[in-house]
Design a protein around this ligand. Structure first.
Ligand SMILES: NC(=O)c1ccc[n+]([C@@H]2O[C@H](COP(=O)([O-])OP(=O)(O)OC[C@H]3O[C@@H](n4cnc5c(N)ncnc54)[C@H](O)[C@@H]3O)[C@@H](O)[C@H]2O)c1
Length: 315
Protein backbone atom coordinates (compact mmCIF):
# COMPACT_ATOMS: atom_id res chain seq x y z
CA UNK A 1 0.00 0.00 0.00
CA UNK A 2 1.25 3.49 -0.87
CA UNK A 3 0.66 6.33 1.57
CA UNK A 4 -0.48 9.41 -0.36
CA UNK A 5 1.04 12.65 0.88
CA UNK A 6 0.05 16.30 0.55
CA UNK A 7 2.61 18.99 1.36
CA UNK A 8 1.81 22.49 2.62
CA UNK A 9 4.68 25.00 2.47
CA UNK A 10 7.33 24.73 -0.22
CA UNK A 11 10.27 26.68 1.17
CA UNK A 12 13.80 25.32 1.56
CA UNK A 13 12.69 22.82 4.20
CA UNK A 14 9.47 21.74 2.50
CA UNK A 15 11.36 20.87 -0.66
CA UNK A 16 14.06 19.00 1.30
CA UNK A 17 11.46 16.70 2.85
CA UNK A 18 9.51 16.30 -0.42
CA UNK A 19 12.63 14.48 -1.69
CA UNK A 20 12.43 12.01 1.17
CA UNK A 21 8.80 11.19 0.37
CA UNK A 22 9.54 10.89 -3.35
CA UNK A 23 12.48 8.56 -2.77
CA UNK A 24 10.55 6.29 -0.43
CA UNK A 25 8.87 3.30 -2.13
CA UNK A 26 5.82 3.41 0.16
CA UNK A 27 4.90 7.09 -0.16
CA UNK A 28 3.72 9.22 -3.06
CA UNK A 29 3.47 13.02 -3.05
CA UNK A 30 0.15 13.60 -4.82
CA UNK A 31 -0.37 17.30 -4.13
CA UNK A 32 1.49 20.34 -2.86
CA UNK A 33 0.34 23.74 -1.68
CA UNK A 34 1.90 27.17 -1.27
CA UNK A 35 0.55 30.71 -1.30
CA UNK A 36 3.55 31.72 -3.41
CA UNK A 37 2.89 31.21 -7.14
CA UNK A 38 6.58 31.06 -8.05
CA UNK A 39 7.24 28.23 -5.61
CA UNK A 40 4.18 26.37 -6.89
CA UNK A 41 5.31 26.67 -10.50
CA UNK A 42 8.86 25.62 -9.69
CA UNK A 43 7.73 22.52 -7.73
CA UNK A 44 5.12 21.56 -10.36
CA UNK A 45 7.72 21.71 -13.10
CA UNK A 46 10.27 19.69 -11.13
CA UNK A 47 8.05 16.98 -9.66
CA UNK A 48 4.93 16.90 -11.83
CA UNK A 49 2.43 17.04 -8.92
CA UNK A 50 -0.95 18.67 -8.53
CA UNK A 51 -0.63 22.16 -7.02
CA UNK A 52 -2.93 24.22 -4.81
CA UNK A 53 -2.79 27.78 -3.59
CA UNK A 54 -5.42 27.16 -0.90
CA UNK A 55 -4.68 24.27 1.47
CA UNK A 56 -8.39 23.82 2.22
CA UNK A 57 -8.88 22.82 -1.42
CA UNK A 58 -6.03 20.32 -1.18
CA UNK A 59 -7.51 18.81 1.99
CA UNK A 60 -10.66 17.86 0.04
CA UNK A 61 -8.63 15.16 -1.74
CA UNK A 62 -9.73 12.04 0.11
CA UNK A 63 -6.83 9.98 -1.18
CA UNK A 64 -4.39 12.04 0.91
CA UNK A 65 -3.83 10.31 4.23
CA UNK A 66 -0.72 12.17 5.40
CA UNK A 67 -0.02 15.89 5.34
CA UNK A 68 3.43 17.37 5.82
CA UNK A 69 3.27 20.96 7.10
CA UNK A 70 6.31 23.18 6.46
CA UNK A 71 4.99 26.73 6.67
CA UNK A 72 6.56 29.39 8.95
CA UNK A 73 6.00 28.69 12.68
CA UNK A 74 3.21 31.19 13.32
CA UNK A 75 1.03 29.44 10.74
CA UNK A 76 1.51 25.90 12.11
CA UNK A 77 -1.36 26.17 14.60
CA UNK A 78 -4.15 27.40 12.31
CA UNK A 79 -3.31 25.08 9.44
CA UNK A 80 -2.61 22.05 11.66
CA UNK A 81 -6.03 22.39 13.31
CA UNK A 82 -7.66 22.39 9.87
CA UNK A 83 -5.61 19.41 8.70
CA UNK A 84 -6.56 17.45 11.82
CA UNK A 85 -10.23 18.46 11.46
CA UNK A 86 -10.02 16.87 7.99
CA UNK A 87 -8.78 13.68 9.77
CA UNK A 88 -5.47 13.60 7.97
CA UNK A 89 -2.36 12.26 9.70
CA UNK A 90 0.12 15.06 10.20
CA UNK A 91 3.88 15.56 10.16
CA UNK A 92 4.51 19.11 11.34
CA UNK A 93 7.75 21.06 11.21
CA UNK A 94 9.41 22.12 14.42
CA UNK A 95 8.84 24.05 16.60
CA UNK A 96 5.34 22.65 17.08
CA UNK A 97 3.79 26.09 17.50
CA UNK A 98 4.47 29.74 18.21
CA UNK A 99 3.27 29.75 21.84
CA UNK A 100 2.46 27.32 24.65
CA UNK A 101 -1.26 27.91 24.25
CA UNK A 102 -1.13 27.04 20.55
CA UNK A 103 0.94 23.93 21.30
CA UNK A 104 -1.56 22.82 23.94
CA UNK A 105 -4.46 23.19 21.52
CA UNK A 106 -2.61 21.23 18.85
CA UNK A 107 -1.94 18.32 21.24
CA UNK A 108 -5.61 18.28 22.28
CA UNK A 109 -6.79 18.36 18.65
CA UNK A 110 -4.41 15.54 17.64
CA UNK A 111 -5.52 13.33 20.50
CA UNK A 112 -9.19 14.03 19.85
CA UNK A 113 -8.89 13.38 16.11
CA UNK A 114 -6.89 10.18 16.86
CA UNK A 115 -4.57 10.82 13.95
CA UNK A 116 -0.88 9.99 13.70
CA UNK A 117 0.96 13.14 14.77
CA UNK A 118 4.67 13.75 14.49
CA UNK A 119 7.23 16.53 14.39
CA UNK A 120 10.23 16.62 12.09
CA UNK A 121 13.23 16.44 14.42
CA UNK A 122 15.78 14.83 12.10
CA UNK A 123 18.55 14.45 14.71
CA UNK A 124 16.54 11.75 16.49
CA UNK A 125 16.92 9.54 13.43
CA UNK A 126 20.66 10.05 13.02
CA UNK A 127 23.34 7.55 13.99
CA UNK A 128 25.36 10.30 15.73
CA UNK A 129 22.56 11.13 18.13
CA UNK A 130 21.83 7.45 18.79
CA UNK A 131 25.54 6.88 19.60
CA UNK A 132 25.69 10.05 21.74
CA UNK A 133 22.72 8.85 23.76
CA UNK A 134 24.07 5.31 24.04
CA UNK A 135 27.38 6.51 25.51
CA UNK A 136 25.52 8.53 28.14
CA UNK A 137 22.81 6.07 29.16
CA UNK A 138 25.18 3.08 29.36
CA UNK A 139 27.36 5.02 31.79
CA UNK A 140 30.33 5.26 29.43
CA UNK A 141 31.18 8.75 30.67
CA UNK A 142 30.28 7.95 34.27
CA UNK A 143 28.01 10.08 36.41
CA UNK A 144 26.79 13.18 34.52
CA UNK A 145 27.88 16.36 36.31
CA UNK A 146 26.94 19.08 33.88
CA UNK A 147 25.50 19.72 30.42
CA UNK A 148 26.47 22.65 28.24
CA UNK A 149 24.79 23.59 24.96
CA UNK A 150 26.36 26.47 23.04
CA UNK A 151 25.04 27.82 19.73
CA UNK A 152 27.36 30.30 17.99
CA UNK A 153 26.50 31.87 14.65
CA UNK A 154 28.72 34.13 12.56
CA UNK A 155 25.52 35.77 11.33
CA UNK A 156 21.85 35.25 11.90
CA UNK A 157 20.12 34.34 9.69
CA UNK A 158 22.46 31.86 8.09
CA UNK A 159 23.16 32.16 4.36
CA UNK A 160 21.11 29.09 3.43
CA UNK A 161 17.89 30.10 5.18
CA UNK A 162 16.87 33.57 4.05
CA UNK A 163 13.21 34.44 4.31
CA UNK A 164 11.02 37.21 5.65
CA UNK A 165 10.51 35.82 9.19
CA UNK A 166 13.74 34.17 10.30
CA UNK A 167 15.32 37.38 11.69
CA UNK A 168 12.09 38.67 13.23
CA UNK A 169 11.16 38.55 16.93
CA UNK A 170 7.64 37.30 16.31
CA UNK A 171 8.59 33.83 15.06
CA UNK A 172 12.28 33.88 14.11
CA UNK A 173 15.61 34.00 15.93
CA UNK A 174 17.98 31.14 16.66
CA UNK A 175 16.44 30.32 20.03
CA UNK A 176 13.16 29.43 18.28
CA UNK A 177 14.73 28.07 15.12
CA UNK A 178 17.70 26.00 16.33
CA UNK A 179 17.00 25.73 20.07
CA UNK A 180 14.16 23.17 19.73
CA UNK A 181 16.49 20.56 18.20
CA UNK A 182 18.74 20.68 21.27
CA UNK A 183 15.88 20.91 23.75
CA UNK A 184 14.30 17.85 22.14
CA UNK A 185 17.57 15.87 22.27
CA UNK A 186 18.10 16.87 25.89
CA UNK A 187 14.59 15.79 26.91
CA UNK A 188 15.02 12.56 24.95
CA UNK A 189 18.25 11.63 26.77
CA UNK A 190 17.65 13.07 30.23
CA UNK A 191 13.88 13.52 30.71
CA UNK A 192 12.42 16.80 31.93
CA UNK A 193 14.14 20.00 32.98
CA UNK A 194 13.13 22.47 35.69
CA UNK A 195 13.99 25.83 37.31
CA UNK A 196 14.79 27.59 34.03
CA UNK A 197 16.41 31.02 34.30
CA UNK A 198 17.16 32.81 31.05
CA UNK A 199 18.58 36.20 30.04
CA UNK A 200 18.01 37.25 26.45
CA UNK A 201 19.84 40.11 24.67
CA UNK A 202 17.61 41.89 22.19
CA UNK A 203 18.52 44.69 19.78
CA UNK A 204 16.74 48.04 20.22
CA UNK A 205 14.47 47.47 17.23
CA UNK A 206 11.49 45.57 18.78
CA UNK A 207 10.80 43.74 15.53
CA UNK A 208 14.22 42.04 15.44
CA UNK A 209 15.12 38.73 17.07
CA UNK A 210 17.65 38.17 19.87
CA UNK A 211 21.40 38.60 19.51
CA UNK A 212 22.27 36.30 22.35
CA UNK A 213 21.08 34.50 25.46
CA UNK A 214 22.41 32.77 28.54
CA UNK A 215 20.34 30.31 30.53
CA UNK A 216 20.62 27.88 33.38
CA UNK A 217 18.27 25.05 34.20
CA UNK A 218 18.34 21.72 36.01
CA UNK A 219 17.59 18.12 35.20
CA UNK A 220 15.13 16.38 37.55
CA UNK A 221 18.04 15.21 39.73
CA UNK A 222 19.37 18.78 40.05
CA UNK A 223 22.22 18.43 37.51
CA UNK A 224 23.02 21.86 36.05
CA UNK A 225 22.40 22.61 32.38
CA UNK A 226 23.93 25.73 30.83
CA UNK A 227 22.38 26.69 27.50
CA UNK A 228 23.56 29.77 25.63
CA UNK A 229 23.83 31.28 22.17
CA UNK A 230 25.27 34.26 20.34
CA UNK A 231 25.14 35.61 16.80
CA UNK A 232 27.02 38.30 14.91
CA UNK A 233 30.48 37.18 16.02
CA UNK A 234 33.89 36.75 14.44
CA UNK A 235 33.75 32.99 14.53
CA UNK A 236 32.69 30.18 12.22
CA UNK A 237 29.31 28.72 13.15
CA UNK A 238 29.80 26.28 16.00
CA UNK A 239 27.13 24.36 17.89
CA UNK A 240 28.16 22.12 20.73
CA UNK A 241 26.13 19.81 22.95
CA UNK A 242 28.53 18.69 25.64
CA UNK A 243 27.90 16.32 28.50
CA UNK A 244 30.48 16.18 31.27
CA UNK A 245 30.67 12.93 33.19
CA UNK A 246 32.98 12.11 36.07
CA UNK A 247 35.03 9.67 33.95
CA UNK A 248 34.51 11.05 30.43
CA UNK A 249 33.07 13.90 28.40
CA UNK A 250 31.13 13.59 25.15
CA UNK A 251 30.58 16.41 22.67
CA UNK A 252 28.18 16.46 19.73
CA UNK A 253 29.45 19.26 17.50
CA UNK A 254 27.84 20.87 14.47
CA UNK A 255 25.09 18.23 14.26
CA UNK A 256 27.46 15.52 13.07
CA UNK A 257 30.82 15.19 14.86
CA UNK A 258 31.03 13.13 18.01
CA UNK A 259 34.10 13.28 20.23
CA UNK A 260 34.83 11.65 23.54
CA UNK A 261 37.53 12.20 26.11
CA UNK A 262 38.39 9.98 29.03
CA UNK A 263 40.19 11.36 32.06
CA UNK A 264 42.70 13.92 30.82
CA UNK A 265 43.14 12.31 27.38
CA UNK A 266 42.85 14.40 24.20
CA UNK A 267 39.27 14.10 22.84
CA UNK A 268 38.98 11.33 20.22
CA UNK A 269 36.68 11.96 17.27
CA UNK A 270 34.56 8.89 16.58
CA UNK A 271 34.83 7.74 12.95
CA UNK A 272 31.16 8.26 12.10
CA UNK A 273 29.63 9.64 8.93
CA UNK A 274 26.26 11.13 9.90
CA UNK A 275 23.42 9.15 8.31
CA UNK A 276 19.77 8.88 9.14
CA UNK A 277 19.92 5.38 10.48
CA UNK A 278 16.22 5.30 11.26
CA UNK A 279 14.08 6.43 8.35
CA UNK A 280 11.47 9.04 9.37
CA UNK A 281 9.29 8.37 6.31
CA UNK A 282 9.41 4.61 6.99
CA UNK A 283 8.39 5.23 10.61
CA UNK A 284 5.50 7.43 9.47
CA UNK A 285 4.34 4.73 7.06
CA UNK A 286 4.40 2.19 9.88
CA UNK A 287 2.32 4.47 12.12
CA UNK A 288 -0.17 5.40 9.39
CA UNK A 289 -0.67 1.70 8.58
CA UNK A 290 -1.39 0.81 12.19
CA UNK A 291 2.04 -0.31 13.37
CA UNK A 292 4.28 1.30 15.91
CA UNK A 293 6.53 4.03 14.51
CA UNK A 294 9.47 5.81 16.10
CA UNK A 295 8.06 9.35 16.08
CA UNK A 296 8.33 12.56 18.09
CA UNK A 297 4.69 13.22 18.94
CA UNK A 298 2.89 16.53 19.40
CA UNK A 299 2.85 15.76 23.12
CA UNK A 300 6.67 15.53 23.05
CA UNK A 301 6.67 18.75 21.01
CA UNK A 302 4.60 20.44 23.69
CA UNK A 303 7.28 19.65 26.28
CA UNK A 304 9.90 21.14 23.94
CA UNK A 305 7.71 24.23 23.51
CA UNK A 306 7.44 24.70 27.28
CA UNK A 307 11.22 24.87 27.62
CA UNK A 308 11.53 27.03 24.49
CA UNK A 309 9.05 29.62 25.73
CA UNK A 310 10.77 29.71 29.14
CA UNK A 311 14.09 30.42 27.44
CA UNK A 312 12.39 33.35 25.72
CA UNK A 313 10.87 34.55 28.97
CA UNK A 314 7.30 33.70 27.91
CA UNK A 315 5.09 31.90 30.39
N1 LIG B 1 13.34 20.21 10.78
C1 LIG B 1 14.36 20.99 10.46
O1 LIG B 1 15.52 20.57 10.50
C2 LIG B 1 14.09 22.42 10.08
C3 LIG B 1 15.13 23.23 9.64
C4 LIG B 1 14.82 24.55 9.32
C5 LIG B 1 13.51 25.01 9.40
N2 LIG B 1 12.53 24.19 9.84
C6 LIG B 1 11.12 24.65 9.97
O2 LIG B 1 10.47 24.44 8.72
C7 LIG B 1 9.42 25.42 8.55
C8 LIG B 1 9.61 26.11 7.21
O3 LIG B 1 10.86 26.77 7.17
P1 LIG B 1 11.42 27.42 5.80
O4 LIG B 1 12.77 27.95 6.12
O5 LIG B 1 11.28 26.47 4.67
O6 LIG B 1 10.40 28.63 5.63
P2 LIG B 1 10.08 29.49 4.31
O7 LIG B 1 9.45 30.75 4.76
O8 LIG B 1 11.29 29.57 3.45
O9 LIG B 1 9.03 28.60 3.54
C9 LIG B 1 7.72 28.45 3.99
C10 LIG B 1 6.78 28.36 2.80
O10 LIG B 1 5.44 28.29 3.30
C11 LIG B 1 4.61 29.06 2.45
N3 LIG B 1 3.38 29.44 3.15
C12 LIG B 1 3.19 30.41 4.09
N4 LIG B 1 1.89 30.45 4.46
C13 LIG B 1 1.25 29.50 3.76
C14 LIG B 1 -0.10 29.06 3.70
N5 LIG B 1 -1.06 29.60 4.45
N6 LIG B 1 -0.42 28.05 2.84
C15 LIG B 1 0.54 27.49 2.07
N7 LIG B 1 1.82 27.88 2.06
C16 LIG B 1 2.19 28.85 2.92
C17 LIG B 1 5.48 30.24 2.05
O11 LIG B 1 5.01 30.89 0.87
C18 LIG B 1 6.84 29.58 1.86
O12 LIG B 1 7.06 29.16 0.53
C19 LIG B 1 9.50 26.33 9.77
O13 LIG B 1 8.62 25.89 10.74
C20 LIG B 1 10.93 26.12 10.26
O14 LIG B 1 11.07 26.38 11.64
C21 LIG B 1 12.79 22.91 10.15
Amino acid sequence: MTVKVGVIGLGAIGERVIHKFIQHPETEVVAVCDVNEDRLTSIREKYDVETFKDYQEMLKDESISLVYLAVPPKFHHRIALDVMAAKKNLLCEKPLANSIQEAKEMVAAAEEAKIVNAINFPMVYSNVFQKFKEHIVTGNIGQVNRIEVQMHFTTWPRAWQQNDWIAGREQGGFIREVGPHYIQMMLDVFGGVQNIQSFVDYPEDPTLCEKGFISRMELQDGTTVLFSGLSGIGQKEHISFKVFGDTGTIDLTNWSVLSISEGDSTPAVLPLQRVEEIDLVGELVKAVTGKEGHLVSFRDGYEVQRVLESLLGNK
